[in-house]
Design a protein around this ligand. Structure first.
Ligand code: DNO
Length: 406
């Protein structure tokens, strides 16, 4: 695996010097300041590349910008409204500019309105550190009593509605505002933070878009951009829904293995691939992560390795982000499948035989508790995750184990 690290750009409190010390080999970044739908120009791309190539004292860092996360797909494209064709043209131009700069892997997602969604961004753990958590009852409380979404009650069983009501009325005003802030946190690193009114307005736009229609829009988008990406030698990789089940009555179409198979078959190009995010997919008990890697591995272009602990049976329940090796995803089995796929690629002579992975999220521990960072992106917690994941890969690729080089 190629060990990479997500960097949010010059304002990130984890600097390039820190990334070098984490042992990461490459950088994952995005031009968060460019409004969604606009072209990423060659100049802006080069500026970010230069920032990644330098330590704080100006000497070479030895690091390169290896993966884009994300080149965002606009709401106009997802809804096929307004200037969506112009946005697709801009997307293709951005891809061409990235290819020209030598960047080959581009992650994005097709989740309507909200990207990742949690109810608690700093849930206290036994050891004093914190992690992110999704609480199904709090989320129902947000939907029913803060957002007051039309007909929301039909999405929740009576027992959940009652518990949510009790819990919500016992919450202080500031706890209610924190919950609203957390749920609407949107994209990490993005300039936009959605207000409740924004969310309501966005939701209303999806009244006439069901999953079938959203999938059609997704395929239309891929039919336009995947051939361009293939010609340019780029690998697009779609990030799964996080969490992988419907929220706020919005359609969710990239939550399971079957969803990915459907989309990858519909536009059957190696440039149309997957970001395997073990933490997102792992929040559902019916997603078998090692099996997904074994079956879809040749189209997995990027790996987000993190773990989750599901707190309830079934789909749609509470979960929290656990330690990288300790949760419901069998991380050792998953990494074994990654190494098997890499061995197959080496045999086939594929140049992308080291799949970029990044330690996704991490617990806020030690010094992290004193510095500001994007929720889920602490320096020390991620470093701990990377160290553990790297250890597993190293052990599994030992000659005595027989899975080949890392
Ligand atoms: C959250 C991230 C996501 C991811 C996008 C990719 O921490 O994994 O926001 O970057 O969904 O498009």
């Amino acid at each position: 695996m190629r060990q990479t690290w997500r960097w949010f750009g010059p304002d990130d409190t984890t600097g390039i010097d820190d990334i070098i010390q984490s042992g990461a080999e490459g950088v994952v970044s995005a031009l968060h300041h460019v409004p969604t739908g606009e072209i990423w120009t060659a100049e802006e791309i080069a500026k970010r590349q230069e920032a990644i190539r330098r330590r704080s004292d100006g000497s070479p860092s030895g690091l390169e910008w290896e993966v884009v996360e994300s080149l965002p797909v606009s709401e106009a494209i997802k809804k096929q409204k307004g200037d969506w064709r112009g946005h697709i043209a801009a997307y293709r131009q951005s891809l061409a500019n990235l290819a020209e700069a030598g960047i080959e892997t581009v992650c994005y997602n097709f989740m309507p309105v909200l990207d990742w969604t949690r109810t608690d961004l700093a849930w206290k753990l036994g050891h004093g550190g914190t992690c992110m958590r999704f609480d199904a009852i709090d989320f129902a409380g947000f939907d029913l009593f803060i957002l007051k979404r039309n007909a929301a009650e039909i999405d929740y069983e009576e027992s959940i509605r009652e518990e949510a009501g009790k819990r919500f009325s016992a919450m202080s005003g500031s706890a209610q505002s924190t919950l609203a802030y957390n749920v609407t946190c949107g994209l990490p690193g993005a300039a936009e933070h959605l207000t409740i009114e924004d969310v309501r307005a966005h939701l209303a736009e999806y009244d006439s878009i069901d999953s079938q229609r959203l999938r059609r829009h997704f395929i239309d988008f891929l039919e336009e951009v995947a051939p361009t990406a293939e010609k340019l030698g780029l690998r697009l990789c779609c990030h799964p829904d996080d969490p992988p089940f419907p929220l706020l009555g919005l359609p969710r179409i990239m939550s399971t293995e079957a969803d990915f198979v459907r989309i990858m078959d519909a536009v059957n190009s190696s440039a149309n691939g997957m970001t395997l995010c073990s933490g997102s997919l792992g929040a559902r008990p019916d997603n078998d992560l090692p099996g997904i890697m074994a079956r879809l591995g040749s189209r997995v272009h990027f790996l987000h390795l993190r773990n989750v602990k599901r707190e309830a049976a079934g789909i749609g329940g509470s979960f929290h982000e656990s330690e990288h090796l300790d949760g419901d995803v069998d991380m050792v089995a998953l990494i074994s499948e990654v190494l098997r796929e890499e061995a197959r690629r080496r045999q086939a002579g594929r140049s992308d035989h080291r799949i970029p992975m990044r330690p996704d999220h991490g617990h806020h521990i030690l010094d992290d508790l004193k510095r500001q960072c994007q929720p889920g992106y602490p320096t020390v917690g991620r470093m701990r995750g990377l160290a553990e994941l790297r250890g597993v890969a190293k052990a599994l690729s030992h000659a005595g184990v027989g899975l080949g080089d890392v």
